[in-house]
Write a protein that binds this ligand. Structure first.
Ligand code: DX5
Ligand code: ZN
Length: 220
């Protein structure tokens, strides 16, 4: 079954505990935590204390999306381990394999995140080091953007690559403008994990419960 990873930068911090209860009631599989350093991306969002607080108040695994330069030297700033996902951007370090190996050594799943313009050739020598790929459907940094259509082709190319190499256990996560409408196309292209933000479950047009059950139907 495909999985939902709500984008926590879109969640109202003042009602966080209620939001987490709704997520637990709806068996949400991950919490997508966008970490930004103001350099790799022009924004500054959630941080290390936010991750530590979540670990104290919920059992839902973290899906930590590191949009920071040189992530390999900052992994120890975060609490993560078995069951969690940590994504590092291929464009954010000269030591990508080192960063991925360090994540796996700590027991978490290591994903490589790809910005919209980044070609799939970056995967050539790290296929053994990754548990999945985080495909950015927008240029990272801000919620509320529009999907860049080439993301759909990239998802299906990765799906094909994994199938050809006998790596179908590796997952494809998609992040950015994952609206109800786009989620159908992303699912059909081969995505497994969907980052749900203001375009879907956090939309003001319905309750969180309604948004999650609608989104569940769409992603299948
Ligand atoms: C983009 C963020 C996402 C996402 C937010 O950098 O990583 O969390 O775009 O959701 P939307 O795009 O639906 O507002
Ligand atoms: Zn993200």
């Amino acid at each position: 079954m495909n999985k939902i990873s709500p984008s926590m930068m879109c969640a109202d911090i003042l009602t966080l505990v209620d939001t987490l209860k709704t997520f637990e009631k709806n068996n949400i599989e991950y919490l997508h935590i966008d970490i930004m350093d103001g350099h790799f991306v022009p924004n500054f969002t959630l941080g290390t204390d936010y991750c530590k607080a979540l670990k104290k108040i919920t059992k839902i695994p973290l899906d930590i999306h590191l949009m920071i330069n040189e992530p390999e030297s900052k992994l120890d700033w975060f609490e993560f381990g078995e069951g969690d996902i940590v994504s590092v951007h291929a464009e954010s370090t000269a030591h990508l394999q080192k960063a991925l190996a360090a994540i796996k050594r700590r027991g978490a799943k290591a994903y490589v995140a790809l910005n919209p313009a980044t070609p799939l050739s970056v995967l050539d020598y790290i296929l053994d080091d990754i548990d999945g790929v985080l495909v950015m459907a927008v240029n990272p940094g801000f919620a509320g953007q529009k999907m860049i259509p080439s993301a759909l082709e990239k998802i299906s190319e990765i799906k094909k690559l994994f199938a050809e190499k006998g790596l179908s256990d590796k997952k494809i996560e998609v992040d950015g403008n994952v609206s109800f409408e786009n989620a159908v196309k992303m699912r059909d292209a081969g995505a497994d994990i969907f980052v749900a933000g203001t375009s879907s479950i956090f939309s003001k047009n319905f309750t969180l419960d309604e948004g999650i059950s609608e989104f569940r139907k769409v992603i299948g």
